[in-house]
Every structure is written in structure tokens, then in C-alpha cells.
Design a protein around this ligand. Structure first.
Ligand code: PGA
Length: 248
């Protein structure tokens, strides 16, 4: 039995004050959820969010991290810095980071390795563009992203991580993948992990769907055999919408 995991990726939204307001609103609405709930605010809001949720089961994640411990990397934040705050999760390789900030499969792999060494749970994002889907390449693109992201990780390490399948054409567009499309790709991801490890490990891994997840489509997604949760962008910025998703 895989425990469902629903994460809110706030992206570059919410000042520290706005973060406090949202978290205070959210806590009573989601604290009794039987699933893992993860909030991923900006770096600046991590400390206050972590503090506000400290007596609840809500977990906190960062949206990125560097793979080095420290050094001359202006503007970057290390996993060690996240650990000091008690952060539990870190999103790695979101398509927006791949598209705008030169994130590659190689840096995703380095970051995943580093996160796991620090006992931070990586949420590794993969997904195809619209053009790749139209050309029928989604299976090869997504499975190759998974293979490269997990390169040289041990079975034990792989068993802890979370994969988020996020078709780029569905992110922030309101155009969601059908339940069948989403489940099909999540199934391919699970098969790939089985090839890289073994059937047991593949069965343990949690795979999220992300891309225009809303209160009205979460249930259908969560009913799918290979979908264990969601990575939610826009709808995670509103307490009523995110809590409805969490309590699907
Ligand atoms: P969206 O974003 O829910 O706004 O489509 C999802 C994501 O980018 O993780």
C-alpha cells in the first residue's frame, strides 16, 4: 500500500506575510488528512511555514536545491541549509527549471543523489512537451528522463523518492491529461523503475501526476492504479481549493 502524497508547489508566489495567512487558513482544513501533505513555498518563506506547521502532520518542501554543500554559487541554496530548517522534501527538475534555468537530466541526477544522502525526499519531475506528445515520443522521453535522473542511485535510495509526472502542456494551462493518459505514463514510469531495480521497489515508489490538478479532477486521477498523488501549482495557492484536493 502506497501512502498518497499531495504537494502544493507555490512557485514564485506568496510573500512571507501572504505565506503565513495561507498556512493558517490551511492548517484546520488539512490537518486530519490521512495522506502526506507537503507545502513547497519559496525559500524565503520556508522557515515561517515550517514553524507554523510544527505541531501538525503537514510536511514542508523546497522547490529546488544545489548539489554542492557550499561555495561560490551566487544565488543558490544547499541541501544542508534546507536540512537545518527541518525541511523534509525537495522538488527537483521541475519543467520550469529545466526550461528557464538550464536544469538538465545530469543536474537533476546530481541533486537527487545529494538530497537522498541528506535524507531529503526528492520529488523528481519528468514530462513531455506538447510537440513530443504529438510526435508520439512521450514514452521514450519520460522513461529516459527517469533513467537519467536515477543513474547510479541504489535500490534503497530509489525506494524513498517520489516521481512527479507532469506533461508540460498541462502545466498552468487548464488542459489536463485524461485519467487514462496520466495513468498510462505513470505505469511506464513504474515499469522503468522495475527495470532499474526490481518489482518490489517499483511497487513502493510513489508517483504523482501534476498539471492543472483542480478540485473537480483530483478524484478521477486518484482512482487510477499507478497515480499516488498530485503536484499542484495554481490550485495550491487557495486554501479552499487545495484543501478540497487534499480531502478528495
Ligand atoms: P499547475 O502547476 O497545477 O498550475 O498546472 C503544476 C506544477 O507546475 O507543478
Amino acid at each position: 500500500m502506497r501512502k498518497p502524497i499531495i504537494a502544493g508547489n507555490w512557485k514564485m508566489n506568496n510573500t512571507i506575510e501572504e505565506s503565513k495567512i495561507l498556512v493558517r487558513e490551511l492548517i484546520p482544513l488539512v490537518e486530519n488528512a490521512k495522506i502526506d501533505v507537503v507545502l513547497c513555498p519559496s525559500y524565503l518563506s520556508l522557515a515561517v511555514v515550517k514553524d507554523l506547521v510544527k505541531d501538525t502532520s503537514i510536511k514542508v518542501g523546497a522547490q529546488n536545491m544545489h548539489f554542492e554543500e557550499s561555495g561560490a554559487y551566487t544565488g543558490e541554496v544547499s541541501g544542508e541549509m534546507l536540512k537545518e530548517l527541518g525541511i523534509e522534501y525537495v522538488i527537483i527538475g521541475h519543467s520550469e527549471r529545466r526550461q528557464y534555468f538550464n536544469e538538465t537530466d545530469e543536474t537533476v541526477n546530481k541533486k537527487a543523489k545529494k538530497a537522498l544522502k541528506l535524507n531529503l525526499i526528492p520529488i523528481i519531475c519528468v514530462g513531455e512537451t506538447l510537440q513530443e506528445r504529438e510526435q508520439g515520443k512521450e514514452k521514450s522521453i519520460v522513461t529516459s528522463q527517469v533513467e537519467k535522473a536515477l543513474k547510479d542511485l541504489t535500490k534503497e535510495e530509489i525506494s524513498h523518492l517520489v516521481i512527479a509526472y507532469e506533461p508540460i502542456w498541462a502545466i498552468g494551462t487548464g488542459e489536463i491529461a485524461s485519467n487514462k493518459q496520466a495513468n498510462e505514463v505513470c505505469g511506464w514510469i513504474r515499469d522503468k523503475i522495475g527495470e532499474l531495480t526490481d518489482g518490489d521497489t517499483a511497487q513502493k515508489i510513489r508517483i504523482q501526476y501534476g498539471g492543472s490538478v483542480k478540485p473537480n479532477n483530483i478524484k478521477g486521477l486518484m482512482d487510477q492504479s499507478h497515480i499516488d498523488g498530485a503536484l499542484v501549482g495554481g490550485a495550491s495557492l487557495k486554501a479552499d481549493q487545495f484543501s478540497t484536493i487534499v480531502n478528495y
